[in-house]
Each structure stands twice: as structure tokens, then as C-alpha cells.
Design a protein around this ligand. Structure first.
Ligand code: MN
Length: 268
């Protein structure tokens, strides 16, 4: 589809004279150029190209954070195409829509995201659901990219490990409860582990793009169980995605978030 679009754009850009010549004499080189364009598109979808920030050109205070690793870095657990679409299209759209909704509300737009989300009642009713969905989506995905990374084979350690042992009976217990909760989300939503200022952990599921931030909570980690997060590779097998996802949890990043939460410095 994208190749076809580029093909058509090439067509539009050609002068009438070139078009005349092409349509009569030069179809072969035109088709060659179109094939080259489709190769570029294929290469950029393969994960071979370093992740870029996607559509960050939207006006407004909220920005799409760059993916901190290549699209293909989480293979084979999460495929490169899913990562590219998820970050560059889905997350980018939440940021764009959030900025657009707050375009004429500069005071609200200047708030930190976590403050905007915990005070949704301050947002005018006509844009409140848009801010809730897209602001929640922006917060959730920003957290999501951060707590994943290339499979490292390591697990939680230090204070984080102690908390998981205490509140979930160990990593196996956390994974079993988390995956069961992920399987039960009806439709689109998220499963989170929340952390309070004393370092206590809890499991919370939310529909849509809602987040514990909306109740003033803090998210240690979470997994996206919207179909767009896994359907290309796993189709209807959400349980397999939930299981494989643990291979790409970046425990160093989760540990850093745990320490930040206890220090009262974890934002989104
Ligand atoms: Mn998502």
C-alpha cells in the first residue's frame, strides 16, 4: 500500500513532458524507480533501520519519546513491524490527539502529564474523554517502551526482588497472577503493577487507556493487551504473548522505577 502511494506521488511530481515521454517511451525505468521505492519501504519496516522518533512534528507541549532501541530489538518475542506501528503510529496518534484537544487550553496543556491525568475533572467536559484516552495512552506507552528491552536473561534483584517476593510470593507468583489478569481483560486494556511510596506492590487491570495515575497511583510496570500490541504475530493467542513478554522486561529499568517511586520521584 505504501509503495503504491509513493508510486502515485512519483506520478504526480513528473512534468507533463516527462509524463508524455514516460507513458510513451520509458515505462521500464519508471517501474524500476517504483520498485526501488518499495525496497526502501521494505527495509524501513524490517527493523534493520534504527528506530526514529516517528511523527514528532506535531505542535504542542506533549512529545513522542523516541523508542530507546531498534524496532527489531525485542524479536522474536515482539516483532519489528508491530513495534514500528505501535510506536510510530499508535503512540504518535495519542500524542497528536492530546495536543490537538488542548490547543486552546494553554494552562491545562502546561501541566505535567501525571497532574493532568489525576485532575481530569479540571478538563472541560467536551474534551475530557479525549484527554483521558489520549493522555492515558501517552503515559501508558511512554512507560511501556521504557520497561522493555532486548532479552537479557536476568531477573529482578535487590529491593525490587524482595518486594516481589513479599507481595507476590516470588517472580513465578507475579507472572502467574499478572498473566491471568491479562487474559481476563475484556476488549482493550492494560495490566499494571503499581507501587506506593512505601514500596508495596499491587496488581491492577484497567480498560482502554486508563491508568492508575488517574487515581494518584504510580505504575511500576505494565503490559499492553490491546490487540494492536500483539495481533500481527500472535493473532488470537493472547496467552502466548503474555508469556513471551516477560522475556523482554528490562529489570534494570523496572528497578530504577522502583527506587524512584520510593524516593517520591516517579512521575509516569
Ligand atoms: Mn498500545
Amino acid at each position: 500500500m505504501i509503495a503504491l502511494y509513493i508510486f502515485r506521488q512519483c506520478l504526480k511530481l513528473r512534468s507533463a513532458k516527462e509524463m508524455f515521454l514516460m507513458t510513451n517511451l520509458d515505462r521500464r525505468s519508471f517501474l524500476k524507480a517504483a520498485r526501488a521505492a518499495s525496497v526502501v519501504v521494505a527495509a524501513s519496516s524490517s527493523g534493520a533501520v534504527r528506530a526514529f522518533a516517528g511523527d514528532t512534528s506535531t505542535d504542542g507541549p506533549f512529545k513522542l519519546p523516541p523508542l530507546p532501541y531498534a524496532y527489531g530489538a525485542l524479536e522474536p518475542n515482539i516483532d519489528a513491524q508491530t513495534m514500528q506501528l505501535h510506536h510510530d503510529k499508535h503512540h504518535a496518534a495519542y500524542v497528536k490527539n492530546l495536543n490537538a484537544a488542548l490547543k486552546d487550553h494553554s494552562q491545562l496543556a502546561s501541566r505535567p502529564l501525571e497532574e493532568l491525568l489525576v485532575k481530569l475533572n479540571d478538563v472541560p467536559e467536551e474534551i475530557r474523554m479525549t484527554v483521558r484516552n489520549n493522555g492515558g495512552g501517552h503515559a501508558n506507552h511512554s512507560m511501556f517502551w521504557e520497561i522493555m528491552g532486548p532479552p537479557s536473561g536476568t531477573g529482578p534483584d535487590g529491593e525490587l526482588k524482595a518486594a516481589i517476593d513479599k507481595d507476590f510470593g516470588g517472580l513465578d507468583g507475579l507472572q502467574a497472577k499478572f498473566n491471568a489478569a491479562g487474559g481476563k481483560v475484556f476488549g482493550s486494556g492494560w495490566v499494571f503493577v503499581t507501587v506506593d511510596k512505601d514500596g508495596k506492590l499491587a496488581l491492577v487491570s484497567k480498560p482502554n487507556q486508563d491508568t492508575p495515575l488517574m487515581e494518584g497511583g504510580r505504575v511500576l510496570m505494565g503490559n499492553d493487551v490491546w490487540e494492536h500490541a500483539y495481533y500481527l504475530k500472535y493473532q488470537n493467542k493472547r496467552a502466548e504473548y503474555l508469556k513471551a513478554w516477560w522475556n523482554v522486561v528490562n529489570w534494570k529499568a523496572v528497578g530504577d522505577r522502583y527506587a524512584a517511586a520510593k524516593a517520591g520521584k516517579l512521575a509516569i
